[in-house]
Write a protein that binds this ligand. Structure first.
Ligand SMILES: Cc1ncc(COP(=O)(O)O)c(C=O)c1O
Length: 389
């Protein structure tokens, strides 16, 4: 029988007309279809510490199954404050300056909604994580894209200075950086502080890869830089640090006056984040070794992956932090980055992400991003395939 559309659904005018299915979803689906090793999407293919799972079980059995306080379980906020103080030397008050969020994604959106007014400009350094721009658009703001220096992906302070205007409300900085795997230095932070000194520009610091900085370098958390910290939301993710990306738990630290505005949005957005995971994370954080040992854990994987690809025709870019490794494939192909990555997935059996998708204008540099947060055997299989091309 023919369906008669008696009650048509009203058409809506999209709030995000330019957003479609992300390349991450597309590439993961293609990888599955072709049995490719998925080094595309950024998540581990190994399990978390079983003690963390036991801690969730214990929290649930202890009856921690109802709403926690709006800002998060106090013990977890205290553990986060203690960690930030131990590592970066700044004390945040767990009562008024730390909030637990549904992953870094919600923290970034909430910070933007809390401070960006219609017509405000927000500086985004490109290439950039894909949620930033839609978040700014939802707040009625305008993303002002400033490219990182071509080739090195270092911040270009002249370009940032030129992008500052009386309408600039905030700048988003991500270090260690997805996708380029670069990290900001202390000098970079100092230069940004100088640029912002005489302005009211706020900073949203995406530090989800804070514990993945390699070769003895240190993570330049904004928390180390008092002048910047006074104007910043600092955001991190337990998903990245403890190999539990599916739990979607993160946090934000900010001075009390900024946090008060953040919480106004947070309480009517998610209100709060699931209770047993928060108790489990609080208990697990009593031991600092998991986060202190993470850099060595991933540096070994990075070195394994790089050594394996050394004999291939892919040129390896530096990977100073995060769990990404970018490559330049220009010796191999003139294809566009999307075409190359699709070919790599289909014909070679390894999925990667084109760097062009991290640019609004789709800049083509013949570069692709691999994620090395994978079991050694997964990396070995990918290496074997990539050495054949
Ligand atoms: C730079 C960056 N920010 C934020 C996120 C989101 O983190 P979460 O999973 O905690 O929401 C990711 C995840 O890939 C990321 O790479």
């Amino acid at each position: 029988m023919k369906h008669v559309n008696e009650f048509p659904t009203p058409a809506v005018e999209s709030r995000l007309p330019h957003v479609g299915t992300t390349i991450f979803t597309t590439m993961s689906a293609l990888a599955q279809q072709h049995g490719a090793v998925n080094l595309g999407q950024g998540f581990p293919d190994f399990d978390c510490d079983s003690r963390l799972v036991d801690a969730v079980d214990a929290a649930m059995r202890a009856g921690h199954n109802q709403y926690p306080p709006m800002a998060g379980v106090p013990a977890l906020r205290e553990a986060v404050a203690a960690k930030i103080e131990a590592l970066y030397g700044r004390r945040y008050d767990p009562g008024s300056e730390i909030t637990i969020t549904a992953g870094a994604t919600q923290a970034i959106l909430t910070a933007i909604l809390a401070v960006v007014h219609p017509g405000d400009e927000v500086i985004v350094l490109e290439p950039a994580y894909d949620s930033y721009e839609p978040n700014i658009v939802l707040a009625g703001g305008k993303a002002v894209h400033v490219p990182l220096t071509a080739g090195s992906f270092r911040p270009n302070f002249d370009a940032i200075a030129a992008a500052l205007s009386p309408r600039t409300r905030a700048i988003l900085v991500n270090t260690p950086h997805n996708p380029s795997a670069t990290v900001w230095t202390g000098e970079d932070m100092h230069r940004l502080a100088e640029l912002l000194r005489s302005t009211d520009v706020l900073m949203i610091a995406d530090e989800v890869y804070e514990h993945m900085v390699y070769d003895g370098a240190r993570h330049e958390s904004v928390a180390r830089h008092p002048q910047l910290a006074a104007r910043s939301f600092i955001i991190s993710s337990f998903g990245k640090t403890y190999h539990v990306t599916g739990w979607k738990v993160g946090y934000v630290a900010a001075p009390a006056s900024l946090m008060a505005e953040f919480r106004k949005v947070h309480q009517f957005n998610v209100f709060t984040v699931n209770t047993p995971m928060q108790h489990a994370l609080a208990a697990y954080m009593a031991d600092p070794r998991p986060h202190l040992e993470l850099a060595a854990f991933y540096q070994r994987k990075r070195d394994l992956f790089r050594a394996g690809l050394a004999g291939s025709r892919l040129r390896l870019l530096p990977s100073a932090g995060s769990y990404f490794q970018c490559v330049d494939y220009s010796a191999l192909s003139d294809a566009s980055e999307v075409d190359f990555c699709q070919w790599l997935t289909r014909e070679v059996g390894v999925a990667a992400i084109p760097l062009s998708v991290f640019y609004r204008g789709g800049l083509e540099q013949r570069m692709a991003r691999f994620c090395f947060a994978k079991k050694d055997e997964t990396l070995a299989l990918a290496i074997e395939r990539l050495r054949r091309i």
